[in-house]
Design a protein around this ligand. Structure first.
Ligand SMILES: NC(=O)c1ccc[n+]([C@@H]2O[C@H](COP(=O)([O-])OP(=O)(O)OC[C@H]3O[C@@H](n4cnc5c(N)ncnc54)[C@H](OP(=O)(O)O)[C@@H]3O)[C@@H](O)[C@H]2O)c1
Length: 295
């Protein structure tokens, strides 16, 4: 299978790149800015034609949740229009488009895990742009799988885990929001699930599916931070605070736990518990002698 991965230097793209070394039976092609801008249709089309791409995995996104509030043009350009460009390319090539979306398409008013059939009602520009990207794909691509994920962290790039490790080694005390509930997701686990789907999908079938994927379990950002300090043995006390005490530019859903029943049933995927994955990621990070970039 010839597979194009866009946004390949981001967290998820980098984890896919690492995993691909053990998948010699596929030909992965990894592209990111500046070589490939997903909003430029001619470039995307030409590349996919030249490489005879059969599956596109879109890991490219504008992921600055707060920044998107003041930079909405760019957020919509990448998250909505870029998704549409890839959908049109997939249509032209009869390729499968696997697209990553977010728990931030929900407003967080539920008290039970969100299912794929629940109605999105994004609160901020990032969530709206991601939701409109999903909708563009549904309208354009004849064969697509949209996977919503949440609270991604990775060995690569900037993320909550690496920020907490840095702050935990600098400070004796740290206040973290305790009233936003969701599930952390190690990007390496999501990357493995994506490969599993690519391995098993039926090339002759058309897909029009949306799935949820996060690690198993439920946590607040406070729980997440506390677990990071404990597992990394950092003597930093984590104090719970409310969202009102930690104002952010963009509104966040208070609750964004997602049900993973559908992806587990359809693709036979086993999902690790979030704390187990965090422990494994921290061991890898320590084994590699620290962070890889931009911690
Ligand atoms: N991070 C999270 O907590 C989280 C939570 C839920 C869902 N998601 C979704 O999961 C997916 C992967 O997230 P991630 O954390 O891996 O993102 P990431 O680390 O921010 O990586 C995104 C990559 O896309 C690139 N990119 C931006 N605009 C582009 C364009 N026009 N053309 C091509 N590449 C472009 C970025 O390059 P630059 O760095 O140069 O801009 C970056 O390398 C995204 O769809 C995101 O919306 C993420």
């Amino acid at each position: 299978m010839n597979i194009l991965v866009t946004g390949s230097r981001g967290q998820l793209g980098s984890e896919l790149q690492e995993l691909s070394t053990g998948c010699g039976y596929h030909r992965f092609f990894f592209y990111d800015l500046p070589e490939l801008d997903i909003t430029l249709s001619e470039k995307v089309d030409a590349l996919c034609r030249d490489l005879e791409i059969e599956v596109i995995v879109n890991c490219a996104a504008y992921t600055g949740v707060d920044e998107a509030e003041t930079d909405s043009t760019m957020a919509f350009r990448v998250n909505r229009d870029g998704a549409a460009v890839l959908a049109a390319c997939a249509k032209e090539r009869h390729a499968l488009l696997i697209h990553i979306s977010t728990d931030y398409v929900f407003d967080g008013t539920s008290s039970t895990p969100y299912c794929e059939s629940d109605s999105p009602a994004p609160l901020g520009v990032y969530g709206i742009s991601k939701w409109e990207g999903e909708e563009s794909i549904r309208h354009i691509a004849p064969s697509y799988i949209i996977i919503r994920t949440s609270w991604l962290y990775s060995l690569y790039g900037v993320n909550f885990v690496k920020t907490m490790l840095r702050l935990g080694s600098e400070r004796s005390e740290l206040s973290v929001v305790a009233d936003q509930i969701g599930t952390p997701t190690w990007a390496a686990d999501l990357a493995a699930a994506l490969v599993s789907i690519i391995d098993r999908y039926d090339k002759d079938a058309l897909y029009s599916a949306t799935f949820h994927y996060s690690n198993e379990g439920v946590a607040s950002w406070y729980d997440f931070a506390k677990a990071i300090m404990e597992l990394a043995a950092l003597p930093c006390q984590v104090l719970p605070v409310g969202s009102a005490d930690y104002p952010q530019v963009a509104p966040r859903p208070q609750y964004s736990v997602m049900s993973k029943s559908a992806i587990k049933k359809e693709w036979g995927i086993t999902i690790p518990y979030w704390r187990d994955s965090l422990a494994l990621m921290l061991r890898r990070l320590a084994g590699e002698g620290g962070v890889t970039s931009n911690s």
